[in-house]
Write a protein that binds this ligand. Structure first.
Ligand code: ATP
Ligand code: ZN
Length: 304
């Protein structure tokens, strides 16, 4: 067996996030919710972790997979679209996988869609044979075309992809879409989704073999706690013992409730952590099924 390639042993963890743009603020907010505090350097490229040995690197989102591959940073918060494109590029070049998705983070949602001129009568992928597709995601588009068994030309554009059909540079496009307003403004319509995207925590394929592993697991545990609590509320109520099974059935998104007996009465007190929105309507249904003294309480933190 050949020895593993010498890896730099480090005792601080380094996370790359987008410096500005759509993912910058929410990425920082997530890390702050995980209890990380940073001291900013003057160049605003590197932020030193003051509460834990976890530092920040503020970069362009497109650079994050490469920084992970080169070992310059250990983790990164990046759109799945960017991570998937650069992974597909590595695969196409026969290079080994170096980064993978560790967690989906629930913000920065968008789709990578094929969009055609509104005048097209869309019949399906076979229609794309011989057409020119403008995109900033050539590796993902090529991989998808190969999967479909379709030969089409990929035209690489780094920006303003949506105007390419009007300029005659391409017949259709493949681009990120969230509301669809940009497509509509350019007389295009989405016809096929290649990838559902959101911000993800990207990390190495293998686990860390040094002290970084401990900080990575601590961060993951905290992140899971924060993500799990996003819409979570603690629901408190009282009910007669016979009513409890029916009430629990009305709470499919809740963890198994804690049940306490109230002294000298036939009533039970229950508390249940609900992971879906607890609306007025749900409270009314619970009341109808016998719950009394309903109270919805925000949850600050949990630790499994
Ligand atoms: P940078 O200067 O860091 O390279 P950028 O212009 O490439 O920034 P943004 O436009 O800030 O990047 O987008 C960052 C990520 O936000 C995208 O890769 C994608 O994952 C996500 N995103 C969510 N909605 C959209 C959208 N409607 N258009 C583009 N990206 C979106
Ligand atoms: Zn970018």
């Amino acid at each position: 067996m050949s020895p593993p390639a010498a890896a730099a042993v480090r005792d601080r963890l380094r996370i790359a996030i987008q410096k500005s743009g759509r993912l910058g603020e929410p990425s920082r907010a997530l890390l702050t919710a995980c209890g990380l505090e940073f001291r900013e350097s003057r160049d605003r490229l590197f932020c030193y972790g003051e509460s834990l040995p976890i530092d920040l690197l503020l970069v362009r989102d497109d650079d994050i997979p490469g920084l992970l591959a080169d070992g310059v940073c250990d983790l990164g918060i990046v759109g799945r679209n960017v991570l998937a494109e650069q992974s597909a590029e590595r695969r196409a070049a026969g290079k080994p996988e170096v980064a993978r998705e560790w967690r989906a983070l629930g913000f920065g949602a968008c789709r990578l869609d094929l969009a055609v001129p509104e005048s097209w009568d869309w019949q399906g992928a076979a229609q794309l044979a011989g057409k020119r597709i403008a995109t900033s995601y050539p590796a993902l588009v090529r991989a998808w075309l190969a999967e479909q068994g379709i030969a089409a030309e990929v035209v690489l554009l780094s920006g303003s992809v949506e105007i390419a059909p009007r300029l005659g540079q391409a017949d259709l496009i493949c681009d990120l879409v969230s509301s669809g307003a940009t497509l509509a403004a350019n007389q295009l319509k989405p016809v096929q989704t290649l990838l559902q995207s959101e911000a993800v925590l990207a990390g190495p394929v293998r686990e860390f073999a040094d002290a970084r592993g401990q900080w990575a697991s601590l961060l993951l545990r905290r992140m899971d706690g924060v993500l799990r609590l996003k819409d979570s509320r603690l629901l408190l109520f009282q009910a007669a013992r016979e009513a409890v099974p029916a009430l629990i059935e009305l709470l499919p998104d809740a963890e198994p409730p804690t049940v306490m007996r109230l002294d000298g009465e036939d009533m039970l007190a229950l508390q249940a952590l609900c992971h879906g929105a607890v609306t007025w309507q749900r409270l009314e249904e619970l009341r109808h099924a016998g719950a009394r003294g309903l109270m919805v309480v925000p949850v600050e933190r949990t630790l499994a």
